[in-house]
Structures are given as C-alpha cells and as structure tokens.
Design a protein around this ligand. Sequence first.
Ligand code: NCD
Length: 320
Amino acid sequence: MKHLLDAKEISREDAILILDTAAQMAATQEREIRKLPTLRGKTVVNLFFEDSTRTRISFEAAAKRLSADVINFSAKGSSVSKGESLKDTALTLQAMGADAVVVRHWASGAAERLATSGWIHGSVLNAGDGTHQHPTQALLDAFTIRKHLVGPPEGAGLDGLRVAIVGDILHSRVAGSNGYLLPTLGADVTVVAPPTLLPVGLGARDELEVFYTLDDALDAHDYDAIMMLRVQRERMTGGGAAFFPSPEEYTRLYGLDAARMARLPDHAIVMHPGPMNRGLEISAEAADSPRSVIVEQVANGVAVRMAALYLLLAGEEAAE
Ligand code: NCD
C-alpha cells in the first residue's frame, strides 16, 4: 500500500491488518510514555483546504506519537486564499520533502489527483474529499464496532453484524467510505434516508438495503450498531430547492431519540462521526447515553491513523 485514498480499494485482508495494527497502537497509548520512535526523521504534512476539528487534530496527534515531524498547512491564512492552485501547493510540499501528505479538500477526487499527478512523491492519505471518500473515518468506525461487538477482535472482520447508516447519505463521505468498508469486512449494511438525500445509483448496489424512514428500518431488523450522520447544511446550497420540508419533519422521520433507541437491542451501540447537530439528527439523550460511543470514536481515530501512517511509511519495505 502506498496511498490510502478510497475505502472501495481496501481489501478485507488489508482492512484487518490496519485494524489489528491499530489495536496494537491503542495498547501503546495506555503506557506512561506514549511516544514511539517509529517515524523519526519522516515528515507528515497536514494539508487542509476545508475546515476540520477532529480529523486534523487526530492525524496530528497520530503523526507526533510516532515521532514524525508534522507541518500543518491550512488553506486559510496561506497563499491558497490568494488563489494558489493545488498543483503549486503540492510542488511546494514536495520541495520541503514531505513523506506523507494528509489531504482534506472540498473537491471530490482531490486526493486521488494529488496521488497520481506526480507532483509529490510521498504517500497520500485522504482525510475527506468533497462528498466522496473519508477512508480513515470508516476504518475508525469499523475498529470501534469490532472492539465493542466482536470478541476477541484480533484477526476478525465484522461478519454477521448489522449496521444502520442513517441520514444525509448524499453528502456524506463517511457513508461513502463505510458503504464499502463495512460490507468488505462482512457486515450487513442498511441505509436509511429521505429519497432526496440518497445518491442515485445506490439502489443498484445489492449489498446495501435501503429504507426511507427510520421506523421502517427499526421494524425490519435488530441492529448491532446505528450510525447517525450529520445533516450537511453547508452542502445544500445548489438550486434553491429544499432537501426536506423542515428540520422538525426531518427529526420526526430520521432523528434518533430515546424512544427509538429503546427499540435497539441492549448491546447495540450509537455512533456519529461528529460534528453533531444535537436536536436535529440525534437527541442529547441519545448522544450522551451509555450506549453512545461517539467520544470513543474520536479516541480510536488516533490509533487507526497511527496504524495507517505506520503501514504506509514504516511498512514500505515490508509491504513491497
Ligand atoms: C465528517 C466529515 O468531515 O466528513 N466528520 C469527520 O471527519 N469527523 C462528517 C461530517 O462532517 O459530518
């Protein structure tokens, strides 16, 4: 593996290797001294053209705990705001000797472009491109599900587990990645969304089952995990048309509240990639309940990104 761009391209074997490596990384984080010397002398650049809290901090913590040098580059306050292109930015990073570039960009396909352009020679890790892919988020979600629901997790996939992904599927790169990674790992995936927020063509994917209301989905199955997605209002700008009649209507049909949570099996976990719209797609009761693993997802993100950086950078020789 040289790059991590698209969950569709991750094999089951590689996914399990990343999850197992992440479990080892997580174990090192329980120690008094959490820093490992593994990536000493390597440079990781965080290139963020779009806002981020969790993902950027998580990649930064992961790289630092592996002793890499980290350069944070955000579009705001850089020459990108003066109109500098992705290409010129990439050439600058290459001149600085980046071994890995972690990129978040508003354009779907930007990470792939960076990886295949020849502008930079290092590994590219996609930290979210437009509405397309966010593979490390799907890996940390799979890690979290496996840790809670599969025992002993090492070496295992998610076979026989059923996961519901609920909400703004259309704009969600988290769903874009989980929609491939979770089935690759053997999970049954149910997608729940208003028809206006489902990508065209999703129905053609046999491995995904679709429901148009959350209550119908809850009637149909017992879920082991339910993943609520943020309603991405910042991406609902084109055309002036509304994607749903009102926030109240959305919450009524798709929101996870205490009553709907009570319909899940006792062992089921509640997930959300963050940032949450509390009161819209998820109630405070659901977000803060003992079943919620939302804060833990963030912690697991560091271990998963340590594993990804390690396998791409330190594991270079071993993997080839
Ligand atoms: C997600 C993203 O940016 O795609 N958040 C994240 O990475 N933690 C989901 C979202 O923005 O809703």
